[in-house]
Design a protein around this ligand. Sequence first.
Ligand SMILES: *[C@@H]1O[C@H](CO)[C@@H](O)[C@H](O)[C@H]1NC(C)=O
Ligand SMILES: *[C@@H]1O[C@H](CO)[C@@H](O)[C@H](O)[C@H]1NC(C)=O
Ligand SMILES: *[C@@H]1O[C@H](CO)[C@@H](O)[C@H](O)[C@H]1NC(C)=O
Ligand SMILES: *[C@@H]1O[C@H](CO)[C@@H](O)[C@H](O)[C@H]1NC(C)=O
Ligand SMILES: *[C@@H]1O[C@H](CO)[C@@H](O)[C@H](O)[C@H]1NC(C)=O
Length: 418
Amino acid sequence: MVGIVMFHPQFLVAFILSNYLVCLLATAARNGGFTFELIRQDSLNTPFYNANKYYPNVPQSQISAYKGHHLMKVSIGTPPVDIYGIADTGSDLVWTQCVPCDGCYNQTNPMFDPQKSSTYSDISCQSEQCHLIDTGTCSPQNLCNYTYGYGSGSITQGVMAKEKVTITSTSGKTVSFDLAFGCGHNNTGTFNDQEMGIIGLGGGSVSLVSQLGSTFGSKRFSQCLLPFGTDPNIASKVSFGNGSEVVGSGVVSTPLVAKEDKTPYFVTLEGISVGQTYVPFNFSGKVSKGNMFLDSGTPPTLLPQNFYDRLVAEVQKQIPMDPIQDDPDLGTQLCYRTEINIHDNAPILTVHFEGADVLLTPIHSFIPPKDGVYCFGMQSFGNIDIGIYGNYAQANYLIGFDRETMRVSFKLIDCSKQ
Ligand SMILES: *[C@@H]1O[C@H](CO)[C@@H](O)[C@H](O)[C@H]1NC(C)=O
Ligand SMILES: *[C@@H]1O[C@H](CO)[C@@H](O)[C@H](O)[C@H]1NC(C)=O
Ligand SMILES: *[C@@H]1O[C@H](CO)[C@@H](O)[C@H](O)[C@H]1NC(C)=O
Ligand SMILES: *[C@@H]1O[C@H](CO)[C@@H](O)[C@H](O)[C@H]1NC(C)=O
Ligand SMILES: *[C@@H]1O[C@H](CO)[C@@H](O)[C@H](O)[C@H]1NC(C)=O
């Protein structure tokens, strides 16, 4: 947290590292967005929500996979306008580009126009809602001006406003609620023209889920991220409140770790097995609680250098091929150029979270080919003690974030069948 601009994961807090992180993001995006087979196994065809029969009205938003990010649809305003924002469990603010623009990036859909909505209202800088965001300041017109930055270098500036948000439920009914959001009049960063803003799903007070609180029952939500390369017309779901619990056979769960920074969903990673070989997170000692957080806004999984080096050495040992050496574009990533499908030749990884073993098939752990090159979906995060569990690894898992029981649950399913 530095100065007036706060840096949030979608790429981490660590301001000093941001240039380094931008490189990682570029590499990840370049390797994202290619077709690969969905996992199809009988065990994946079990019904999605066992809880559905008890809760027929679970509020849900559509979510689809596009170029390294997952776009979530919400409708805002009256009449409602569809906004597709990056679903980001690593940050809090919900914002979209708004006219008039002092500086906006190009987007395909029209930008949100506050003047065309009868339910839009500015938030005054004295109001409690302005204090939800730490960087809210008073403009001469008494508006709540905000600046919100991300570790990737992206920044949005604008005014905090209140709007009616509409989403649909499993029964087809619509549900509405008021949300304080950022009307971004000056937005810069690494966005493509489908991304109209960011939907912050983190644990901080201004996030969508924190503002919802227990509106729909308990303080929980679940997401099922589609693998990149899935037909863009297929959408998966983010569900909120009662009925969004992840239950049934094959569910594993791990404690959420509360820390001073309320935004990230911290969990504890003990180690990762490569095939049958266990690689501990910390070779020399015990791991500290909350050494990893889940971030749907970051594509690769990022690990501390020392752990990454030991892990990659083991992965390499178990793949009977020579990795690509000395390609400056690929940097230190582990990549293979191969005609054959590496997914048949790479080991299964088991991610050992505290009390929960999560299997990653080679489809999760190797990013499908660009020009016949497959790259390992985990990268080094440098010499820091914390890691990020990225969105490649989260695909085809129904992941439940429960802030009442303080647990994260995982269930392997086919998200395209949701
Ligand atoms: C827009 O934001 C950029 C980056 O934060 C800043 O340099 C610039 O001065 C802003 N422009 C306006 C018109 O506020
Ligand atoms: C935005 O789109 C316009 C029209 O398609 C184009 O002229 C302009 O160069 C684009 N700007 C950026 C920053 O890509
Ligand atoms: C507040 O935000 C509005 C809209 O982005 C902008 O026009 C205005 O200059 C900002 N005021 C201050 C004091 O930053
Ligand atoms: C959520 O479920 C709990 C327990 O079943 C129930 O008491 C509560 O009324 C439900 N809330 C909503 C908003 O449906
Ligand atoms: C590993 O454990 C040592 C000793 O307990 C500790 O000082 C160090 O910070 C740990 N490293 C990581 C990456 O957790």
